[in-house]
Design a protein around this ligand. Structure first.
Ligand code: MSP
Length: 644
């Protein structure tokens, strides 16, 4: 059966500066929804990107004495790096400086102009450069930008105008007839009032700077950055370039945006689409802001939280979990280090981590690490089973309604109930009495089965932890192939499964030590040992010799130990056009779950070899020195990319 398509987007962020935890928050929400939808069987297209034109970026580049493209190239690399570190599963990353996008913007500007909805006039008004927004006198707040409160500049220039006023009634009717279009409802009311106040025609070109897409028929103008930016959503979906893709994914299911830009997405964007006679997106969801210890984040206040440092310190799953669990979608939320540490200790180390640890420990001690066939169930078991099944159903309902933090709470209710179940059934007492063996088996099975279900349900929020639980439970099938349906039925865990040794998934954070550690003075300087590698006397080769090697980026889809060989792993890799199996001697340096999802570099035209009876078709590249080994990776490159 063909999968149903689902298209979700984040805003494309300005590469005027590095991203902070607020941007990471938005992308994490979108990523969890995308992952949930994939789990639920949808064909998902998840888009993020960068909004690279405009006066603000041009000025930033000038301040830094580089060209705008040099400036944005560097920052966009840092965006992509952050998304890899945060385990973001976007299917595309659009840059507004790409040719595919310029072509679409120019074509639609031309079309709307030709049909008379864009006209030339003279503009006199105010402009907020940080927000890239035009304002008229009466909209200003004490002469400042009503959105961000910063000073505005006078703009007086010949411009092209977009006849927004013509579409005002049609838009209002659409919003009224489609209650899901603007979410949450509070934002919908705000927008209705704004439109009823009357829409002015929008200035959609500038002449006083040139960092933008030229208006095709009047190149002294560049297209207004918001007109350019909003269009990214159809460019990436294939508008002009890929008819089938567009038919499949457009209209987008959700544009997820911060509350401050709902207006652009529910007024300017739909009117552009109406003028183009293209369907409107199904939903624009305005999420709230992340504030820091109650205060808005800003460089001048020095309270900007860098996501990379946090990921380094606590791991990406802990950060993702915190953001999604702590803040109710649509509302503002507070970020504090204490709250983060509390959540890690209470929910992750204690509730989830202990449940896994206790369960595996008991199966190890009482049942030789084997999940035995369960016996008859008791009332206490039936209750747990019923709760597990209800949890999956309720979780699905809440995720479909974008109530992410309530969905997480549901899963944690199940986790807490299961911890209580251990206390109620007291397996340590059952283990002492051979007559209770069947009862013990039932309890152990129920614990492991609940954890199997939990691992599936948390996978959209904690994509690294979920397969780790799976692996510790000893489940052989590849976690990447799991679907929501696997969490629906009770009893899918095969009896006879052998669990692994418990490894802590979330170590407790000791706050005192933590505080000490973050004091810069207390951090010991790590000395980098530099080892001089002698020039090995390998014979020179020509470029043609080198070109004989077909080196490619390969995505590791699955990895497992080769039985009876403690150095070997079998890897299943994706080369973009095909999947292959290879055997690699890296088991001492990488665990299978560390490898899954990595984009490694591999030679693909090496003569196949049989290793331990397995045909290995290719070899991964790694740097090694003494007993250290690191794989060569290309995290941002798609599978199949050529390495030269
Ligand atoms: N380039 C425009 C968007 C164009 S979309 C066609 C833009 N970029 S931005 O870099 O300023 O990013 C804004 C988005 O980042 C917000 O809408 C929000 O999703 C996210 N956030 C920025 N700061 C944030 C917080 N403090 N808290 C939560 N989200 C935040 O606007």
């Amino acid at each position: 059966m063909e999968k149903k398509p689902f298209y979700i987007t984040t805003p494309i962020y300005y590469p005027s500066d590095k991203l902070h935890i607020g941007h990471a928050y938005c992308t994490t929400i979108a990523d969890s929804v995308a992952r949930f939808k994939r789990l639920a069987g949808y064909d998902v297209f998840f888009l993020t990107g960068s909004d690279e034109h405009g006066q603000k970026i041009q000025r930033k580049a000038q301040e830094n004495k580089v060209t705008p493209i040099e400036y944005v190239d560097k920052i966009v690399d840092s965006f992509k790096h952050l998304w890899v570190k945060l385990n973001i599963s976007n299917d595309d990353f659009i840059r507004t400086t790409e040719t595919r996008h310029r072509e679409v913007v120019q074509a639609i500007f031309q079309k709307i102009h030709d049909q008379g909805d864009i006209y030339k006039a003279s503009y006199e008004g105010w402009y907020c450069t940080p927000c890239e927004t035009f304002w008229i006198e009466r909209q200003l707040n004490d002469g400042k930008c009503p959105d961000c409160g910063r000073p505005v500049e006078v703009v007086q220039e010949e411009s092209y105008f977009f006849r927004m006023s013509k579409y005002q009634d049609r838009l209002l009717k659409y919003i009224e007839e489609n209650p899901d279009f603007i979410q949450p409802a509070s934002r919908r009311n705000e927008m209705i009032n704004f439109i009823k106040g009357g829409l002015e025609d929008l200035c959609v070109s500038r002449t006083t700077f040139d960092w933008g897409i030229p208006v095709p028929f009047d190149t002294k103008h560049v297209v207004y950055v918001w007109f350019d930016a909003l269009t990214n959503y159809i460019t990436a979906a294939g508008y002009l370039h890929d008819r089938d893709k567009l038919a499949k994914y457009w209209p987008a299911d959700i544009h997820l945006v911060g509350k401050e830009i709902v207006r652009f997405h529910t007024i300017i964007w739909p009117i552009i689409l109406m003028a183009l006679e293209v369907e409107l997106p199904k939903m624009v969801y305005g999420h709230g802001w992340l504030v820091v210890e109650g205060d808005k984040m800003s460089k001048s206040k020095g309270n900007v939280i860098e996501p990379l440092q946090l990921i380094e310190e606590f791991g990406s799953d802990a950060i993702r979990y915190f953001l999604l669990r702590e803040i109710t979608l649509g509302m503002d939320g507070n970020f504090s280090r204490d709250a983060l540490i509390n959540r890690i200790n209470a929910d992750l180390a204690n509730d989830l981590g202990n449940l896994l640890h206790r369960t595996l420990n008991m199966i190890g001690r009482f049942n030789n690490s084997i999940i035995e066939q369960p016996g008859e169930t008791d009332t206490v078991d039936d209750e747990l089973i019923k709760l597990a099944q209800n949890t999956t159903a309720e979780y699905e309902r809440l995720m479909e309604a974008m109530d992410i933090n309530a969905a997480i709470k549901q899963v944690w209710t199940l986790i807490s109930r299961t911890n209580k179940y251990i206390d109620e059934t007291a397996p340590w007492a059952l283990a002492k009495d051979p007559a209770q063996k069947s009862r013990l088996n039932t309890v152990m099975y129920n614990l492991a089965e609940t954890l199997r279900i939990v691992s599936i349900l948390i996978s959209p929020f904690m994509p690294s932890t979920a397969p780790k639980i799976w692996q510790q439970l000893g489940i052989k099938s590849d976690f990447a192939t799991v679907c929501l349906d696997d969490a629906q039925g009770w009893g899918r865990l095969a009896a006879g499964t052998v669990v692994a040794k418990p490894e802590p998934i979330f170590p407790r954070i000791e706050e005192k030590e933590q505080a000490e550690e973050t004091k810069p003075a207390a951090k010991p300087e790590k000395k980098q040992e530099v080892k001089v590698v002698e020039n090995p006397a390998t014979p020179e080769i020509t470029i043609d010799d080198f070109a004989k090697m077909d080196l490619r980026v390969a995505k590791v889809l699955a990895a497992e130990k080769v039985k009876g060989a403690d150095k070997l792993l079998t890897l299943t890799v994706d080369l973009g056009t095909e999947q292959r199996t290879i055997v690699s001697g890296i088991a001492k340096h990488y665990t299978p779950e560390e490898l899954v999802g990595k984009n490694v570099v591999m030679i693909i035209n090496l003569k196949p070899a049989k290793i331990r009876g397995i045909e290995s078709r290719g070899m991964v590249l790694a740097a090694s020195c003494d007993d250290k080994l690191t794989l060569v990776t290309a995290p941002e490159m798609p599978a199949g990319s050529k390495v030269k």
